[in-house]
Design a protein around this ligand. Structure first.
Ligand code: ZN
Ligand code: CA
Ligand code: ZN
Length: 430
């Protein structure tokens, strides 16, 4: 179990043998900077579990963990400390200062850190199929089960929107490529959780053997939430990060990436670093197959009284919301249901729009007839939305016809800041 780094660790320098050295070394061992002195005795178990195995069959060269003398801030420990500081974006002094202690005590993912470079890291294998299944072995009591399912679906949709990957939920239990568990303490995989705080979750890379590969575990000693802002950890954000591991990405040192090692609050989108990383493994989403589009002027506004003005400018529809209001804008999309005798499946919603800085696209809700298909909440897009993609990760059959509801926040600001230009909305079917 990891423990917090005590304040007495601040000021430790090369050669120090103070008591706090061991807690610093324990952290560096836990996240792969130093060799784990205990685990060496149990090499076989480590090999067969090989959860966060550093040796990879791919060509990415990872730095081997260093071998330090327990209880001494020796040269190896100093070097390991420098590597951690570099990875964390701190000055690589090799000495413990308050910033380093704060970084070590931050809320984070339990997977190892791997590389000092500020970009995505692969080399943890990949799946040989684009059609993956997942299941819940259990749920957390923090949130209703149905809400957990929406949150997990949303997390998968970030990855499906940018790749050919699709994720289908199968019945609860231990089937499925990716098994989701909420567990506390020692839960049988050799990587016990540590109570509230510090490590929040971990996931097994595809390079691991079946059946553990892909499995994603969440520390149920944490308080999980799906509301933003909320007091607790955002399940959508942490799940999307863990699924990045489950698909073959390691930690990125890019703080904008969802694969950043540290929890920085809700982050419900992929950065360009994440997209490059996942596409290097699985390729892009491929060509549109049965896309239908409608113009922005087909939008219906739920609360016209909260709109300051609305005008059609030829190909786009400009809506200016009253300050500090929320509104819903609905699109009924032309929906092919059966084509050449074959029922189509829903693939993704696409939006072309542009907003001022005070108009935020908060939620994207997708319905088929009266059935809710996807609730993508707190996606929080703003600015130039040239071609935003929102995946329906599980690709259900089309039955009646698709409607998409866009929830907008109009915050304080000038007219141009509270502006939404809707250009067109589209849906692709497969
Ligand atoms: Zn991680
Ligand atoms: Ca924890
Ligand atoms: Zn685990």
């Amino acid at each position: 179990m990891s423990k917090s780094i005590p304040t007495s660790a601040v000021g430790l320098k090369a050669g120090s043998k103070a008591k706090a050295v061991s807690s610093v070394q324990a952290y560096l061992e836990q996240f792969g900077y130093l060799e784990d002195s205990q685990r060496k005795d149990d090499e076989l178990a480590f090999e067969s579990d090989s959860v966060f195995l550093r040796r990879t069959s791919d060509d990415h060269v990872l730095e081997e963990p260093l071998s330090g003398t327990p209880g001494v801030l020796d040269d190896s420990t100093v070097e390991a400390l420098k590597r951690f500081q570099q990875f964390a974006g701190l000055e690589a002094t090799g000495e413990m200062d308050e910033a380093t202690r704060e970084a070590m005590n931050s809320k984070r993912c339990g997977n190892l850190d791997t590389s000092p470079v500020g970009e995505f890291v692969t080399g943890a294998g990949k799946w040989q199929t684009n059609n993956l299944t997942y299941s819940f072995q259990n749920y957390t009591n923090d949130i209703p089960n149905s809400t957990i399912r929406w949150a997990i679906d949303e997390a998968f949709s970030f990855w499906s929107a940018e790749t050919p990957l699709r994720f289908r939920r199968v019945s609860d239990g231990t089937t499925g490529n990716i098994i989701i568990r909420f567990v506390t303490g020692d839960h049988g995989d050799g990587y016990p959780f540590d109570g509230p705080g510090n490590v929040l979750a971990h996931a097994f890379y595809p390079s691991n053997p079946d059946p553990i590969r892909g499995d994603s575990h969440f520390d149920d000693a944490e308080t999980w939430v799906v509301t933003v802002p909320g007091t607790g950890f955002d399940l959508v954000t942490v799940a999307a990060h863990e699924f990045g591991h489950a698909l073959g990405l390691r930690h990125s040192a890019d703080p904008a990436a969802i694969m950043y090692w540290r929890y920085q609050g809700p982050h419900r989108y992929l950065s360009s670093d994440d997209i490059q990383g996942i596409q290097s493994l699985y390729g892009g989403p491929g060509a549109l197959e049965n896309a239908t589009w409608i113009h922005g002027n087909a939008a219906l506004i739920e609360h016209p009284s909260r709109i300051q003005s609305q005008r059609y400018y030829g190909f786009f529809n400009r809506i200016i919301g009253e300050p500090n209001t929320t509104n819903w804008i609905h699109f009924a999309l032309p929906t092919p249901v059966i084509e050449d005798g074959r029922r189509l499946v829903m693939d993704r919603f696409m939006l072309r729009a542009s907003t001022g800085s005070s108009a935020i696209l908060r939620d994207v809700h997708i319905r088929d007839g009266s059935t809710v298909v996807a609730l993508l909440n707190e996606v929080n897009r703003s600015g130039n939305l040239g071609f935003e993609k929102f995946g329906v990760a599980s690709m259900p059959w089309v039955r009646w016809g698709i409607s998409v509801s866009l929830g907008f926040d109009f915050n304080a600001g000038s007219n141009s800041q509270r502006r939404v230009d809707l250009i067109s909305a589209g849906f692709d079917y497969k």
